[in-house]
Design a protein around this ligand. Structure first.
Ligand code: TXA
Ligand code: MG
Length: 334
């Protein structure tokens, strides 16, 4: 007797648990040695732990474990076609993960530890799992310059994937409070190490097929990178860039309020009227402006009713990263 179509499952079905176990409380950890050891061990056991780096807070997960990485994508609400950066505590720990060209090696030696991410071909024996790399043959690697991050990474003793510790599409966190606002009750633990000093994400440089390309401006300036290379970075067309840096969607850093660039005066109701104006840097210092950018954007986003106005900023040095983030924040939401 033929079963009725309604009762017949399709010939092949992919199933998954409807609701993976989620913590209901997030453990708050300090920065004493015991706490950092605990954070590192939790990561090694597959937990999701947020911690500060010199750029922004990262949400860590074991980069060698597809299960941990799947939970990480779910916690952030991040598409799993967007690959993650593997974080390690030293150059020595970084080298086995990928194949470093002489240019990649020179950049690693000049800027690690520091706010530079290198995308290189994954080594054959690379322990970074395919899910963390979104199936790409390349791997993104970074050695953060932050004592708390490096201690946690040492205790974890394996590469740790750490995207910014915000829900996908929200502004990156530069304070533990920001992490709390986005992810409390969703992740297992967070380490409060105070404000992150650089304030914008790492510069991502691709060292693939003999070319060195800027995939994302960030904490290390283009000028500093080109000085080490002794040549200009290769430019990529927008078309080529899309599949290479899939996280660089135009609305990636979107605040709730509309953002207007290049504002020379504030319009009524905008989040920079005298009472609401937040200065990125009194002295016009770009590094200070970068450090304040996301905190001020979050604050104005909560206050403003008729949008946020951003005054012009020079796009040199770390200013290139500031303008990149402001331009993305101003892009229509996709
Ligand atoms: O400063 C930072 O880099 C912070 C801190 C926490 O370390 N992390 C961070 O991660 O910004 P996330 O996931 O928010 O951004 C990682 C970017 C994404 O745009 C992703 O597409 C790109 O790195 N990426 C990762 N692997 C890549 C690869 N193999 N090729 C090209 N782009 C890659
Ligand atoms: Mg991010």
């Amino acid at each position: 007797m033929a079963a009725s179509p309604a009762n017949t499952p399709p010939a092949s079905t992919l199933i998954m648990n409807a609701s993976p176990a989620r913590p209901t409380t997030t453990l708050a950890l300090g920065t004493d040695r015991g706490a950092l050891e605990r954070a590192g061990r939790m990561l090694a056991d597959g937990a999701l732990v947020a911690f500060p780096t010199e750029t922004v807070y990262g949400l860590g997960a074991d980069a060698t474990s597809p299960e941990a990485i799947a939970r990480l994508y779910a916690a952030k609400g991040r598409p799993s076609f967007n690959p993650l950066i593997a974080h390690v505590p030293s150059i020595e720990a970084a080298l086995p993960l990928g194949l470093f060209s002489p240019d990649a090696r020179a950049l690693a030696e000049a800027f690690w530890p520091g706010p530079l991410t290198l995308v290189v071909p994954a080594s054959e024996a690379s322990p970074v799992c395919e899910l963390a790399r979104a199936g790409l043959p390349s791997v993104a690697i970074r050695v953060p310059d932050h004592a708390v991050a490096r201690e946690i990474l040492r205790f974890a003793a394996r590469p740790i994937a750490a995207p910014s510790a915000n829900r996908s599409g929200r502004i990156s966190p530069t304070l533990a409070d920001h992490v709390h606002a986005d992810l409390d009750g969703i992740i297992d633990a967070m380490v409060d190490g105070g404000p992150t000093p650089v304030g914008v994400e790492s510069t991502i440089v691709g060292c693939l097929d003999g070319e060195v390309t800027m995939l994302r401006p960030g904490g290390i300036s283009r000028e500093a990178i080109e000085a080490v290379l002794g040549k200009p970075l290769t430019e990529r067309s927008g078309d080529e860039q899309a599949p290479l840096a899939p996280g660089q969607l135009s609305s990636h850093y979107a605040p709730e309020n509309a953002l207007r660039l290049g504002a020379t005066r504030i319009r009524p109701g905008e989040g920079a009227t005298p009472a609401l104006s937040l200065n990125l840097s009194e002295s016009g210092d770009l590094a200070e402006a970068a450090a304040n950018l996301y905190r001020h954007l979050r604050a104005l986003d909560q206050l403003a009713t008729a949008g946020i106005a951003a005054a012009p900023i020079p796009a040199t040095g770390i200013g290139e990263a500031i303008m990149d983030r402001l331009t993305r924040a101003a892009a229509p939401k996709g």
